[in-house]
Write a protein that binds this ligand. Structure first.
Ligand code: PHE
Length: 457
């Protein structure tokens, strides 16, 4: 492989924006608030923060070290850094997993576009609609055969288009504009949300911990959520890091991305929960929170401020669509990079092939809410199976293998060299604890999580 021909990101800012774009997604806006709602508010957030810092950042950095050092995606990177060993098979796992995720993820991405279009046509903030009507409408929409498929195709099509244009012209340009925009949008929504009468209960809920709800399972969910939210364990971060220039500061990029991701999840929580409380709704609404409960909140606001509620509903679904797109792009890119690096297929062809494969699996996932709802794999619909297989199983396994590789297989000097750019950046004090986390804390904790996950089920 001629490494000189491989594209790179323009600089550190571009790499952070792309990685933060990957991290910030449906996980932050759709999953995080309802998980917080179900699992004890601030108590859940505390576990989430600890997991993110002690577990996920080390995994993130491990992926980054491998990708940046090898300048190849997972399969080629493993083969280059540990030639002739079975480590390269991790490249196959991390080829399949992001493609499975992007297939079902783009179904929800498609729902978000559908709701954005509805918001634009005033239907989401329609003041005459009751909560039951919003729920019924959402149920009818996702169980129908054709309409969700159209939006799934649009969502995946846009994703593929960005990936087709490559690193600089596609991913960098797209994420450089949309990631900062996401913060602007969520801040605008939060500002409005915090001014609603009765919103204070929502703030208290996010700040006051209820440890009685923090069961073992809730703690596992917090960790799983942190994995999913930081996009780790499936080679996406590794692939993005492989496009970083050699002298780029990895530690700053990793910590910067984690901070952006956490900040965004909290801002999304403060944008959503105060509005939920202001509308007098229970916070544990579950996965329907975004598509059933919030539209009802927009409708109730619509009775008082029709224009504002209309604008906020548009901003809200725009945020979700762009957040989801910057994540799906990173998943498709991980697959495309494998085909380009290893199979020497052109980027356009690789993108087209994977688009078609993911589209087909996504179609089945979408139909698993309607016509295929009785088709079960290990007791789950296809959509749930894909979600559980990738986020519970592959992400943890991938994360474990990445930290083990960096902590035990790579030479300590090489890890130091990569994290400090050959000693140019002086991290003497920070290197030791980071290396300790990678070598000991992260693997042991992951094994414990893994076992308890199997034992609980
Ligand atoms: N982190 C993304 C989100 O929060 C999802 C994701 C998972 C992206 C795995 C890439 C890889 O929505």
């Amino acid at each position: 492989m001629n490494a000189a021909k491989r594209e790179t990101f323009g600089g550190r800012r571009a790499a952070i924006m792309a990685m933060a774009g990957s991290a910030i997604g449906l996980g932050n806006i759709w999953r995080f608030p309802y998980m917080v709602g179900r699992n004890g508010g601030a108590a859940f957030i505390i576990v989430y923060l600890v997991a993110a810092l002690l577990l996920c950042v080390p995994i993130f950095l491990s992926e980054g070290i491998i990708g940046k050092r090898a300048q190849l995606s997972t399969y080629g990177a493993m083969d280059k850094l540990a030639p002739g060993t079975p480590w390269k098979w991790l490249g196959i796992l991390t080829f399949i997993a992001p493609l499975v995720i992007v297939s079902y993820y783009s179904v929800v991405g498609g729902w978000s576009i559908a709701y954005q279009v509805r918001a634009l046509s005033f239907a989401v903030s329609d003041a005459a609609m009751t909560r039951a009507e919003h729920s019924a409408r959402f149920g009818a929409f996702i169980t129908s055969t054709w309409t969700p498929l159209i939006w799934h195709t649009v969502f995946l099509g846009v994703t593929a288009l960005v990936v087709k244009f490559g690193i600089r012209k596609g991913i960098e340009q797209f994420t450089k504009t949309t990631t900062p925009l996401l913060f602007f949008l969520v801040l605008a929504i939060m500002t409005y949300s915090l001014t609603l009468p009765g919103s204070k209960a929502g703030i208290d809920y996010l700040l006051k911990p209820d440890f009685s709800k923090l069961t073992g399972e809730a703690m596992l969910s917090a960790m799983g959520q942190a994995f999913f939210s930081l996009s780790i364990g499936v080679g996406c971060i590794l692939t993005y890091a492989s496009y970083m220039k050699r002298g780029e500061n990895l530690l700053a990029t990793g910590v910067g991305t984690a901070i952006f991701d956490l900040l965004f999840a909290l801002l999304a929580g403060f944008a959503i929960m105060p509005a939920v409380f202001a509308a007098g709704i229970e916070p544990d609404a579950g996965p329907g929170l975004i598509f059933e409960t919030l539209p009802f909140i927009f409708s109730s606001m619509g009775q008082i401020h029709p224009v504002i509620s209309h604008v906020i509903s548009i901003l809200f679904f725009t945020t979700i669509v762009f957040a989801a797109l910057t994540s799906s792009v990173s998943m498709l890119e991980a697959g495309v990079a494998f085909l380009v690096d290893q199979k020497k297929i052109s980027r356009s062809r690789a993108t087209l092939i994977l688009f078609l494969g993911c589209w087909a699996l996504g179609v089945l996932c979408s139909l698993s809410f309607g016509p295929l709802k009785d088709f079960h794999i290990l007791g789950n619909t296809l959509f749930d199976f894909c979600d559980k297989f990738s986020s519970n199983f592959v992400m943890t396994l991938g994360g474990l293998l990445f930290v083990l590789f960096v902590g035990w297989k790579m030479k300590k000097e090489d890890v130091y060299d990569e994290l400090t750019c050959g000693g140019r950046l002086r991290y003497g004090k920070v290197f030791k604890p980071v290396y300790f986390l990678i070598r000991w804390v992260a693997p042991i904790t992951i094994v414990v999580i893994f076992l308890s996950n199997i034992l609980i089920r």
